[in-house]
Design a protein around this ligand. Structure first.
Ligand SMILES: NC(=O)c1ccc[n+]([C@@H]2O[C@H](COP(=O)([O-])OP(=O)(O)OC[C@H]3O[C@@H](n4cnc5c(N)ncnc54)[C@H](OP(=O)(O)O)[C@@H]3O)[C@@H](O)[C@H]2O)c1
Length: 304
C-alpha cells in the first residue's frame, strides 16, 4: 500500500502511513533498511517519531514505517542517490554488501551525498579500520573513511567489531568452527547494541561530529570460548579446530569464490589471531547508557 510521491521524478515512494509532509521536511537519510542492522535502526528512529528517507535497492522490501519516504537508490547510482538525498541533512551509511568494487560504490555514494548538500555522514565502519589491518575488509572500510573525511560533510564513524549475531554462522555442519585464529580473542558486538548506539548518534548528530566509536561486546572471547558458549546455550556440541593459514585456504577452495572473498574469510580469523579484534571498549555504554549485551544473551534472545 504505497502511492507515488507527487514531487518524485523517479523511484521515490511514500509509505502509506506517512501522516504529514511537514514531518519529512528535513528527514534523516537511512541506507540498509532492508537489512538486519539498518532495519533495526530505522525501526528505532520510527519509534522515536523521527522522519526518515529510506534509500533502498528494492522498495518492495522496505519496512513500512511511519513518517517514512522510501527511495530507490543503490550506492553506485549517483543520480538516484543525489535525488533521494535532496533536503536531507544527516545520513546513516550502512556499508554495502561485500563485493569486488564496494569501495568504489562507497566513494560514489559519498560524493553524491556531498553534492546533494548532506551535512553529516554517519558511517558503519569496522573495528580497527586501517590500511594495513589484517582483516582485508577493514582496509576497505579505512579507504571509505578516508574518502568521507576528505569529502566535506561532518562525519561520525561507528567501527563495529564482528557481529555477535553472526558468530554461530562460523560453525560448520559438523559442529566445528575451523580457522587460523589461534587462541586470539574477539570482542564481538550485538547488532541490537549497534542499533541503539547508532540511534543515539542519529538523534543528536552534532554532538558526535568528528568522533570515532569502536563498538564491542562486554567481553573478549577465544573461539574455543565462543564454541563453548554456543554449546552451553543451544545444547548442541560445538568445538573450535585451529587451522594453519594454508589449511584455511585449502578448506575453502571448494567454494570457488573469488580471491578477494577467500582472503576476507581467512583474514577474519588471522585478525583474531593477531589480537586486532580483542580490545573491549566502553563505547556502547557511553552511547546507550547501558552495558553491552553478552554473547550468551545474544544467543538466548535469537533462540526465543
Ligand atoms: N561487523 C561484522 O561482523 C559484519 C559482518 C557482515 C557484514 N558486515 C557489514 O555490515 C553491513 C550491515 O550488516 P547487515 O547484517 O545489516 O547486512 P544485511 O542484512 O545484508 O543488509 C545490508 C543492507 O545494505 C544494503 N545494500 C547492500 N549493498 C548495497 C548497495 N550497493 N547499495 C545500496 N544498498 C546496499 C542491502 O540492500 P538489499 O536488501 O537490497 O541487499 C541491505 O539493506 C553489511 O552490509 C556489511 O557491509 C559486517
Amino acid at each position: 500500500m504505497s502511492h507515488r510521491h507527487p514531487e518524485a521524478s523517479r523511484g521515490v515512494w511514500v509509505a502509506a502511513m506517512m501522516a504529514d509532509m511537514t514531518t519529512v521536511s528535513a528527514p534523516l537519510g537511512i541506507t540498509g533498511a532492508t537489512g538486519r542492522l539498518g532495519g533495526r535502526i530505522a525501526r528505532r528512529l520510527a519509534d522515536a517519531g523521527v522522519a526518515q528517507r529510506l534509500l533502498v535497492r528494492d522498495p518492495a522490501r522496505a519496512p513500512r514505517l511511519p513518517n517514512t519516504v522510501v527511495a530507490r537508490a543503490a550506492f553506485g547510482d549517483t543520480e538516484a542517490v543525489a535525488e533521494a538525498l535532496a533536503g536531507v541533512r544527516t545520513v546513516l551509511m550502512v556499508s554495502a554488501s561485500e563485493s569486488a568494487d564496494r569501495v568504489a560504490q562507497h566513494r560514489s555514494f559519498v560524493d553524491a551525498a556531498a553534492s546533494a548538500g548532506v551535512r553529516h555522514l554517519v558511517y558503519v565502519s569496522f573495528y580497527g579500520a586501517a590500511p594495513d589491518a589484517s582483516f582485508t575488509l577493514a582496509r576497505d572500510h579505512s579507504a571509505t573513511e578516508q574518502h568521507i573525511r576528505a569529502s566535506g560533510p561532518a562525519w561520525t564513524f561507528l567501527r563495529d567489531n564482528m557481529y555477535a549475531d553472526f558468530l554461530p554462522l562460523l560453525v560448520g555442519a559438523d559442529g566445528v568452527i575451523r580457522g587460523p585464529a589461534g587462541d586470539g580473542r574477539v570482542a564481538a558486538v550485538a547488532q541490537d547494541d549497534i542499533a541503539d548506539a547508532a540511534t543515539a548518534v542519529l538523534l543528536d548528530p552534532d554532538a558526535h561530529a568528528g568522533r570515532v566509536y569502536s563498538l564491542t561486546g562486554p567481553a573478549s572471547l577465544t573461539l574455543t570460548e565462543v564454541a563453548a558458549t554456543i554449546a552451553a546455550v543451544t545444547g548442541r556440541p560445538v568445538s573450535y579446530h585451529e587451522e594453519t593459514v594454508p589449511e584455511a585456504y585449502e578448506s575453502r577452495a571448494s567454494y570457488g569464490a573469488p580471491d578477494w572473498e577467500v582472503d576476507a574469510w581467512v583474514s577474519t580469523y588471522t585478525a583474531i589471531a593477531a589480537g586486532e579484534l580483542a580490545t573491549v571498549t566502553d563505547d556502547v555504554r557511553r552511547l546507550t547508557g547501558r552495558p553491552a549485551t553478552s554473547f550468551a544473551e545474544v544467543l538466548r534472545r535469537s533462540s526465543q
